[in-house]
Design a protein around this ligand. Structure first.
Ligand SMILES: [Zn+2]
Length: 361
C-alpha cells in the first residue's frame, strides 16, 4: 500500500514537473523577457510571481499597500449610485482596462524591485522596458522629445512656407518657382502627423495608439524615400513622378495593410524601416557629392548623424533611472537634425529659385 502510494505520488510528481517544465519552456519562448526571464535559473519563480501578482490584483484591486479606484467593480459590473451614462458597458470596459493597466504597471515595478535586489538588470515586458510613469504618462522622456520634434517640424514647415510665398520671387500665377514645393509641403504634413501620434503612443501604449504611431512613421519613411528619389534624380514631370512613386506607394500601403490585418510583425517591420531609411540616406549622401549643391554639408551632416541615431534604435538599452532609454535618446537626436534638414530644404528652395529665375531672364 505504502509502496503503491509512493509510486503513484512519484508518477504524479513526474507529470506535474514535466508539464511545469514544458509550460515554462513554452512561456520563455513565447513571452518577452520580463514575462519569463530565461537569463536566470529561477525563470519560473519570477514568471509565477508576476502572474500571481496580476491575478491577485485583478481580484482585490491592490498591489501591496497600493489600491486602485478603477478596480472597484460592484457585483453586477456597474458602479453603484452612478448616473445612467456611467453604467454603460463602454464605461465599464474603460474601467476594466484602466484596472488591468494599473495592475500590470505596479506588478512590474514590484518585480523590478525584486530583480534589482538580486542585482539583475531591467528586462522588457511585452516588448517594452519598465518605465516610471509621470502624471500617468508612460514614457515621459519620449513624449517630451516627440513634442519637440513636432514643434521643430512645424517651425521648419512654417518658415519654408513664408520663404516661398513672401520672400522669394513668385510666378505670375502666384505659384512659387521652386518645383519641389508641393512635395515638401506633404512631407511636412506627414511629419507633423507622425510626431503627433508618436507623442500619443508614448503617453499611453494601447493597441490603437501603437498602430497609429507605427503606420504614421512607416508612411513618413516611405514618402521621404520617394522625395529623396524624385529630388536627387531631378524628376520634374508629373507623369514621371507618378511612375517612380507608384511602386513604392503600393509597397508601403501593402506593408501597412499586412501589419494591420495579418500580423504586427515587429522584426519584419524593423527590417523594412531600416531598409527604407538606409536607402534614402545613401541616396542623399551620393547626391550631395554628385550635385555639388551649395548646402550639401547640411545633407551630409544629417545623413551621418541620422545613421548614428538609427544605431540607437537597433542597439536598444534600458531606461536610465527608469526614464531615458535608447528610443528616447533617438527621439532627442532628431530634434536638432530636423532643424538642420528644414534649413537645407529652404536653401534648396532659394538655390533652385535663383537658377530658374536666371533661365526665365
Ligand atoms: Zn517613438
Amino acid at each position: 500500500m505504502l509502496r503503491k502510494t509512493t509510486f503513484k505520488q512519484m508518477l504524479r510528481c513526474y507529470w506535474v514537473s514535466f508539464f511545469l517544465t514544458l509550460s515554462c519552456f513554452l512561456g520563455v519562448l513565447h513571452a518577452s523577457a520580463g514575462d519569463a526571464d530565461p537569463s536566470i535559473g529561477k525563470a519560473c519563480i519570477f514568471a509565477n510571481t508576476i502572474m500571481s501578482c496580476l491575478r491577485e490584483c485583478e481580484r482585490t484591486g491592490c498591489v501591496g499597500d497600493i489600491c486602485f479606484p478603477h478596480c472597484n467593480f460592484s457585483s453586477d459590473g456597474a458602479p453603484l449610485n452612478g448616473p445612467w451614462y456611467m453604467q454603460e458597458p463602454l464605461y465599464i470596459r474603460w474601467k476594466q482596462w484602466d484596472c488591468q493597466s494599473d495592475c500590470r504597471y505596479h506588478c512590474m515595478l514590484n518585480r523590478e524591485k525584486d530583480r534589482a535586489s538580486f542585482g539583475h538588470e531591467p528586462v522588457k515586458y511585452h516588448g517594452k522596458w519598465p518605465f516610471k510613469r509621470v502624471f500617468g504618462i508612460q514614457e515621459p522622456a519620449s513624449v517630451v522629445f516627440s513634442a519637440l520634434n513636432l514643434a521643430m517640424h512645424f517651425h521648419g514647415w512654417l518658415s519654408f512656407f513664408i520663404l516661398l510665398h513672401y520672400k522669394l520671387a513668385i510666378k505670375p500665377d502666384k505659384k512659387p518657382y521652386y518645383d519641389y514645393a508641393g512635395l515638401w509641403h506633404l512631407y511636412g504634413l506627414l511629419a507633423l502627423n507622425s510626431w503627433f501620434w508618436s507623442a500619443v503612443f508614448h503617453s499611453r501604449d494601447v493597441e490603437w495608439t501603437e498602430k497609429l504611431d507605427y503606420f504614421s512613421a512607416i508612411a513618413l519613411l516611405g514618402y521621404s524615400l520617394i522625395v529623396a528619389i524624385l529630388r536627387s534624380f531631378n524628376v520634374r514631370l508629373e507623369a514621371a513622378r507618378v511612375m517612380v512613386s507608384a511602386p513604392l506607394l503600393a509597397f508601403v500601403t501593402t506593408h501597412i495593410l499586412y501589419l494591420n490585418n495579418y500580423k504586427l510583425d515587429y522584426g519584419w517591420n524593423m527590417i523594412v524601416c531600416v531598409a527604407m531609411g538606409v536607402a534614402q540616406l545613401v541616396i542623399w549622401a551620393v547626391w550631395g557629392g554628385v550635385s555639388g549643391h551649395p548646402s550639401r554639408w547640411k545633407v551630409w551632416f544629417v545623413v551621418v548623424a541620422g545613421a548614428g541615431a538609427m544605431l540607437l534604435e537597433v542597439y536598444d538599452f534600458p531606461p536610465y533611472e527608469g526614464f531615458v532609454d535608447a528610443h528616447a535618446v533617438w527621439h532627442a537626436t532628431t530634434v536638432p537634425l530636423t532643424y538642420l534638414w528644414w534649413s537645407f530644404i529652404k536653401d534648396d528652395a532659394e538655390f533652385r529659385t535663383s537658377i530658374l529665375l536666371k533661365k526665365v531672364k
